[in-house]
Design a protein. Sequence first.
Length: 260
Amino acid sequence: MPRQSKPLMLWLDLAFTPQDRELRVASARYFRLATTTLAKWVLQDVADLKPGALCFEFDQPDQQGLEALQDVQRAYPRLPVLMLTVQHSEALAVWAFRAGVWNYLVKPLTVAEFSENLKALAEIVRCGAPVSPRHVLAPSPPPELTAAPVDEHIAHLQPALHYVRRHFTEKITESEAARRCGMSRFAFSRSFHATFGMTFRDYVMRARISEARRLLTEGDRPVTDVALATGFTDGSYFARMFKRHTGVLPSQYTAGMAKK
């Protein structure tokens, strides 16, 4: 798809666990992507950015997130919304479709399955095909849809994950992540590795490299700009880290994606 024709997708990240960034990389073949992590601002973000589609990503949907989704559907009934969730139930799926989501997908899902949805959705948006407004439910989701409690260890580390998601383009330190979690650096380092199976430094690097892959896949930025946009101040170091994680240099990755 020519890059000029790529519509904008606003991705609302309401997940509690480390992101499956492969889905975002896949999205870049069909959409430009803007992300936010605050449900309370989503209506303003939609008004400001005027996206062609939305993606609400949950691990365990909570009241605030589901109400934000519903608020969007009320205000923009013809705006297609994808909903991704780990916590799945028949009641939640019925609620989602009645609330007006374009499709409801349960994680983990394959990149191929997600890409098929993205391809179809991008075609609808690009061609201006109408999306029929659907029935809107009562203001609050049913009580039985309330999310289960988040694992205690994950909840403790949430401030660090949000720190990375919102500041990965800047200098990030483990000391600051530990401070936000109310822990010593040593205790934070042990807890993070035990909970997520990787060091905090590895998590930050994976997040940056995945975002770089997404931006390169979008195809509208030179490699030097991508390096700066993902928190790298040294182009040579960016190239080395990118090759270590992907097996190719950033310029080769760009060329390879352009052929797909």
